[in-house]
Ligand binder design. Sequence first.
Ligand code: MG
Length: 244
Amino acid sequence: MKCFLIASVLVATCVHVQAQEKMKPEDTEFWEPVPKKVTVEGENKVPSDAIVLFDGSSLDAWVSSKDKSAAPWTVEDGIFTVKPGSGGIETKQKFEDYQLHVEWRSPLVIKGEGQGRGNSGIFMQGLYEVQVLDTYNNKTYVNGQAASIYKQHVPLVGVVREQGEWHSYDIIWTAPRFNQDGSVKEKARITVIHNGVLVQNNVELDGTTEYIGLPKYEAHGAGPISLQDHGNPVSFRNIWIRPL
Ligand code: MG
């Protein structure tokens, strides 16, 4: 039996090698479909196929999360800033899978401690938070620091910048999929690059972001990108998305 197996493997290997030798380079070349052409230009380096969610001039693409009225945050000098107490904002458009680019800055005036300092957040589909926090010389639980998937995944490294400096997040989001009966077919997955450094590597989420208690899934469809009002005047600029 053993000899037969070894002989079979040898024959299979021999056939494979012969097939390889008969092949031409062209046999493994694909010419179609040709990928769509994209250019990346301008100061903000926005891909030509991206949907711009904030270009520095207005919050027209956003509404208040509370009552869907005009987004109440402050737009000034090409950036916008959380208006503490006014509530979160979200995109009018809903998305499922995407690549998202967001730039943010902690408040210039250092105020508060831990989760109370420069806290905001970017919610995928309005439900799953990538934390925004001033983590410069500011201790907090590590699954709640900047670039954590809040209360689920600690970033691989803590990318630090002083207050007043801009950060970038490049996020690749794969939405969860649900069965007809509402059960989870595939959990959500996320990759986050913080200031060019990989901090979340295609990690799986166990459900929606919960402040108290464990994450859980409830079937849903496409959802907005939402930004958190946590009472701190965090600023944002240059936001774009590429639905996938
Ligand atoms: Mg937050």
